[in-house]
Ligand binder design. Structure first.
Ligand SMILES: C[S@@+](CC[C@H](N)C(=O)[O-])C[C@H]1O[C@@H](n2cnc3c(N)ncnc32)[C@H](O)[C@@H]1O
Length: 248
């Protein structure tokens, strides 16, 4: 867990832990309205494939009590509802992202199945041992304290519950890593400027990907906070990692 006054990465900068939350909230406020369009453009539509695999691995069932941390505009929540889940809670610290998501899901006829809660993943306002599954998709690299978020997700899971995390990662192939970094660093902010009118949030996204711990380190942290049967599936040559763990 994080010490008081400890510095954390925010893009290529190191900032006080207390400062990062506000900076990240600002990034997502600025992109909220175009976030879904941008998702398609930045990952060339690949995020749809990664998310489908993620939901396959989650194994949704009707009575599942699912918590999606850093759930943003509710993409994972919507996909879980599409697969029959009737009880999803989205927790995110950006009201702007959730507002866009709420409107989008209402337009699709999804209302009572999803509850939206403004909360930081580091301090989840839920009872312990209550969730059947906890997910976090493309959220972990943005949080202030990765271990605290993993620990909170573990706390609210019921014994026998599963945690799944989908996140960008470091591809084992150096050539692919170089191409991926080049795309993120040079192309992504330009696409962001065209689509959102501001390249800086996408420069942050690229830098946050570069500085995020590798898959082995994330697995180590999951074990440290108590998950068992921790595993990792690399997708698209390791550009993305799908982490899975259980609470016993
Ligand atoms: C890249 S978006 C991912 C959104 C969504 N999970 C998806 O798959 O599209 C990252 C989200 O993490 C949220 N976030 C960042 N730090 C957070 C924190 N400490 N606690 C809760 N949400 C956080 C942001 O507000 C944003 O909505």
């Amino acid at each position: 867990m994080m010490e008081t006054g400890e510095k954390v990465p925010f893009g290529r900068l190191d900032v006080e832990a207390g400062e990062k939350g506000e900076l990240v909230r600002g990034v997502f406020s600025r992109v909220a309205k175009r976030y879904d369009v941008m998702n398609d453009m930045m990952a060339l539509g690949m995020h749809r494939v990664w998310r489908r695999i993620f939901l396959d691995r989650l194994g949704v069932y009707e009575g599942m009590n699912l918590l999606d941390v850093a759930g943003g505009t509710g993409d994972i929540a919507f996909r879980a509802v599409e697969r029959g889940c009737r009880c999803v809670t989205v927790a995110d610290m950006s009201e702007d992202m959730m507002e866009v998501g709420r409107d989008r899901l209402v337009d699709k006829g999804v209302v009572s199945e999803v509850v939206w809660v403004a909360a930081a993943g580091e301090y989840l306002p839920f009872e312990s041992h209550t969730m059947d599954a906890c997910t976090i998709a493309f959220g972990l690299r943005n949080v202030v304290d990765i271990e605290a978020v993993l620990g909170e997700m573990h706390r609210v899971l019921r014994p026998g519950g599963r945690m799944l995390c989908l996140e960008f990662s470091r591809p084992p192939s150096k050539a692919l890593e170089k191409a991926f970094d080049g795309y993120n660093r040079w192309i992504l902010p330009k696409v962001g400027r065209l689509v959102v009118g501001d390249g800086s949030p996408y420069r942050y996204l690229a830098e946050s990907i570069e500085r995020f711990p590798d898959a082995e380190s994330i697995m180590g942290m999951m074990e440290d906070v108590g998950y068992t049967r921790v595993s990792c599936e690399r997708l698209s040559g390791g550009i993305v990692a799908l982490h899975k763990g259980w609470k016993v």
